[in-house]
Design a protein around this ligand. Structure first.
Ligand code: SAH
Ligand code: SF4
Ligand code: F3S
Length: 504
């Protein structure tokens, strides 16, 4: 039992029994004359992006509407990431800033509540309560459906913490997004199909912050995807910390693998593109390979983190595969669909990584040829087995290795993007770009592509003749004759072309 002496108003919550919900504060639901403002700041991976939307959906019935300005918010939620030390430490500097905003609000006679959610909340909940008195609520990722109750408790003058893994499935209790919220979020949406991880890679906090691997049933996912498609969504990315370990109950009573789920979702009217992230090389099965062979809607862009090209380091990381296993896997994907391109994650400077180990990583990158990849310096995380390892790599060596790896990956990414120039590619148009008259969309490989056109092309997949490359953005013209075809195209400064963010 942790020691919480000195926090007399502190309330520790235990899991609710299945189907039992605590009463909301009577003033919250329905009777609000003015909407209350909610600001959410998310760090970390795509799961946090998705969770932020679900928290907005959970708080909408309580009268909350989103604001981009934290200073005017009645509730600020920090949705945090614990993956590396830097990501984790950010929370406390953010909270310092929010404390000032909360004091300012109080001077104006306004109450600003502060909640900390996400993986730091899960890992360091009690520490957050201890270190930052301005925090009202701490809520772990498996308990977002209890947010209204936790806020109600805090409003009664306490501080609420819930970092248990409740017995009930939060998805059964989170309200679905409203049609206008879906439309406002655009034509591409994430859907969580799997959460948690049982892999226990020795460097990684995720199995501790997100808990054991759980797959959602097929019919619930189909329901979510239909609702999204009915409200204009054209592209779905199925997400999970270990998405290809998916084995949700199918309508036939058997567990379905990810490939079968994708095959089924591809039949839903309106869904033009399917993606999934993040996969583990160990969990790629034939159903997934076959889905890439058979489904035109399944985009030929696979994020397949490998971390290292050295068998000794892969073993020390507990990745449970070799570099050759990974090469063979890449070959299987490419034989199923030669258009497939890969992205990946790498860690440099894992304890014990020698110059030869690192050379093996560079060799693997050269052999696979990536369209892009994320690379990180190893960060020891409290409670993980690797944090106990003594043979650490110096900061200077890590820096040097990271630069060399990133140079190699950047050169591959540039070559991949340049290869699009002069070709005609299909682009799913998403939104107006920053430059007037310009619309931006994504290619199959998530490269941003810009054309001059009217907003009526948003939500459509159209062929685009690529003329040039501006940083990571492709610039082109609609291949079919269009009224705006004579305009000169200019880029906006759209972000990177990689599929996901893997932690701050
Ligand atoms: N489930 C995914 C990755 C989730 S975490 C997988 O198995 O690949 C996202 C990425 O963060 C990881 O792929 C890894 O490259 C990086 N990462 C995780 N823990 C880290 C640590 N302790 N130090 C540095 N990078 C880390
Ligand atoms: Fe799980 Fe991925 Fe973390 Fe490994 S790196 S423990 S597979 S989340
Ligand atoms: Fe958690 Fe995602 Fe970060 S699972 S630790 S928010 S990368």
């Amino acid at each position: 039992m942790l020691d919480f002496a000195g926090f007399s108003l502190y309330l520790e919550r235990r899991s609710y029994r299945r189907g039992v919900t605590a009463p909301f504060l009577p003033c919250i639901s329905g009777s609000m004359t003015q909407p209350r403002k909610l600001h959410i700041k998310s760090f970390g991976c795509q799961m946090n992006v998705y969770d932020a939307q679900r928290m907005v959906d959970a708080l909408a019935p309580e009268g909350f509407v989103e604001t981009a300005n934290p200073d005017e918010a009645d509730l600020v939620i920090l949705n945090t990431c614990h993956i590396r030390e830097k990501a984790s430490e950010k929370v406390y500097s953010e909270l310092g800033r929010l404390r000032v905003a909360k004091d300012e609000a109080a001077l104006q006679g306004r109450r600003m509540a502060i909640a900390v959610a996400g993986c730091v909340a899960q890992a360091e909940g009690a520490e957050i309560i201890r270190r930052q008195p301005a925090v009202d609520v701490v809520v772990g990722p498996q308990s977002y459906h209890h947010l209204p109750q936790l806020l109600a408790e805090a409003a009664r003058g306490g501080r609420a913490l819930e970092t248990e893994f409740p017995v009930e499935d939060k998805f059964g209790f989170l309200p679905p997004p409203q049609p206008d919220a879906i439309r406002a979020r655009g034509i591409s949406a994430f859907v969580t199909v799997q959460e948690g991880c049982d892999k226990f890679c020795t460097f990684c906090v995720v199995p501790y912050t997100r808990g054991a691997e759980v797959s959602r049933p097929v019919d619930k996912i189909v329901e979510d995807v239909r609702r999204l498609a009915d409200n204009g969504v054209r592209e779905i990315t199925l997400i999970g910390q270990n998405v290809n370990a998916y084995h949700g109950d199918g309508p036939d009573g058997r567990p379905w693998p990810l490939g079968d789920l994708l095959r089924h979702l591809a039949t839903i009217p309106g869904i033009a593109r399917l993606r999934y992230s993040t996969s583990h090389p160990r969990d790629v099965d034939q159903s997934l390979i076959d889905a890439h062979r058979d489904l035109p809607a399944l985009m030929p862009f696979v994020h397949l983190p490998v971390q290292s090209g050295s068998d000794a380091i892969l073993a020390a990381m507990n990745r449970k595969h070799t570099a050759d296993d990974y090469r063979r896997l890449a070959d299987r994907f490419r034989s199923a669909n030669p258009a497939i391109a890969f992205s990946s994650d790498f860690i440099v400077g894992f304890p014990g990584e020698t110059a030869e180990d690192f050379a093996a990583t560079l060799a693997l990158v050269t052999q696979i040829g990536y369209a892009g990849a994320y690379s990180f310096k190893y960060s020891p995380r409290p409670g993980t087995p690797a944090a106990e390892l003594q043979e650490t790599v110096s900061a200077a060596v890590m820096d040097e290795r990271l630069v060399r790896l990133q140079e190699l990956i950047d050169s591959q990414q540039s070559a991949f993007n340049e290869a699009a120039i002069g070709t005609t590619v299909e682009v799913l148009f998403e939104r107006a770009a920053r430059n007037p008259g310009q619309i931006v969309g994504r290619t199959a490989y998530l490269q941003p592509a810009h054309v001059m056109a009217g907003p009526e092309i948003i939500g459509r997949i159209l062929p685009v003749r690529i003329d040039s490359l501006e940083r990571y953005s492709l610039i082109g013209e609609l291949a079919a004759p269009q009224p705006h075809a004579a305009f000169v195209t200019r880029p906006d400064s759209s972000p990177q072309s990689l599929p996901i963010t893997t932690g701050a």
